[in-house]
Design a protein around this ligand. Structure first.
Ligand SMILES: Cc1ncc(COP(=O)(O)O)c(C=O)c1O
Length: 327
């Protein structure tokens, strides 16, 4: 089953609990909603992003504004980087975010897969351009610092998809801390519960950042300027927001560990769990009122991905259904 057919099937079934796509249920920060209501200047802006946006993100990442480019969401940043490195050997660990294969398919790029081992941690020994995603979708795993070192040592360059870097339950090391040969793809979709805003940033060495801006110019020209301004005006809430959302999702993951009887590796970040489940789980759970996504979409049949995007009482009810349908 592909992603589109899974979603079609879920929408037709109208389940009581939608734990399939990763669309956060936690309300966005009120400061952001208010800032978006003040739409002012709607003129064009520079393809690399407004100077104030680049400065705000650069200061959050401890880099120079010339190393930051605004993009229209994480996926757009990923597309830019995969295009830039299209002639190289691209490698990604499995389980993987299916979006990488959507992009590779459209660009006619091939993407190799390395399997993850215990605790969803892969070995990095091949030379190539790695596309990695920690905290991980679908498993919630985070690489220990030693593994991040192994990654940057093996890689020619790392595209580090850090869409979930703000949702962490312990330590997180970005490859950017250990090597200059890294481009981080960042997005405000998950931390601000605002995937419809389509705003994010690529943080990369200047020569790569310039190529990302060229990609912007060729595709969307200018990432939405009023959204960049709104983000700049609320950037100060980011540290508080990180703590708040991390705590909410950590508690939901704890609840899953207590209530769900399907075996899974405890997540260290993001808002997913990826338990083992019987072959008919997707369909049986759906008929019983809970939508999840089949593991085959992420490269691992025999598993399901559960997005923890409902409050705890609703999740508890959904887990009971999953225990009966999928155990
Ligand atoms: C791992 C990963 N990367 C990238 C994205 C794209 O996020 P967006 O384009 O909304 O910023 C997602 C969205 O679910 C994701 O899970």
């Amino acid at each position: 089953m592909d992603f589109a057919s899974a979603i079609r099937r879920i929408e037709a079934a109208r389940p009581r609990h939608r734990l399939d796509i990763g669309d956060p249920d936690v309300p966005p920060p009120p400061e952001l909603v208010e800032a978006l209501g003040r739409v002012g200047d709607l003129h064009y802006g520079p393809p690399e992003g407004l100077p104030e946006f680049r400065e705000a993100v650069a200061s959050a990442f401890g880099v120079e504004p010339g190393e930051v480019v605004a993009v229209a969401g994480g996926r757009h940043g990923l597309a830019a980087l995969m295009w830039i490195f299209r002639k190289k050997r691209l490698i990604t660990p499995s389980p993987f975010y299916p979006g990488y294969f959507d992009i590779a398919g459209v660009f006619g790029i091939s993407l190799e897969v390395v399997e993850s081992g215990d605790g969803w941690v892969p070995s990095f020994s091949e030379r190539g351009i790695y596309i990695v995603n920690y905290p991980n979708n679908p498993t919630g795993s985070v690489l220990p610092r030693g593994k991040v070192r192994e990654l940057v040592d093996a890689a020619e360059f790392v595209i580090s998809d850090e869409i979930y870097r703000d949702i962490i339950f312990g330590e997180f090391t970005s490859p950017l801390e250990l090597s200059p040969n890294v481009a981080v793809v960042y997005s405000f979709s998950k931390v601000f519960s605002a995937p419809g805003l389509r705003i994010g940033a690529v943080v990369a060495p200047r020569e790569v950042a310039r190529e990302v801006a060229r990609f912007n110019k060729a595709t969307i020209n200018v990432p939405p300027t009023h959204v960049q301004r709104a983000v700049v005006s609320v950037i100060d809430v980011l540290p508080r927001r990180r703590r708040e959302v991390s705590e909410i999702y950590r508690r939901r993951a704890e609840l899953a560990a207590k209530t769900l009887r399907l075996p899974f590796v405890k997540p260290a970040g993001a808002f997913y769990i990826f338990p083992r489940a019987n072959a008919g789980c997707f369909e049986k759970a759906l008929q019983a009122g809970v939508s999840v996504l089949p593991g085959e979409l992420y490269g691992r049949p025999g598993h399901v991905r559960i997005a923890l995007v409902e409050p705890e009482d609703a999740l508890e009810e959904a887990f009971e259904v999953l225990n009966r349908a999928c155990g």
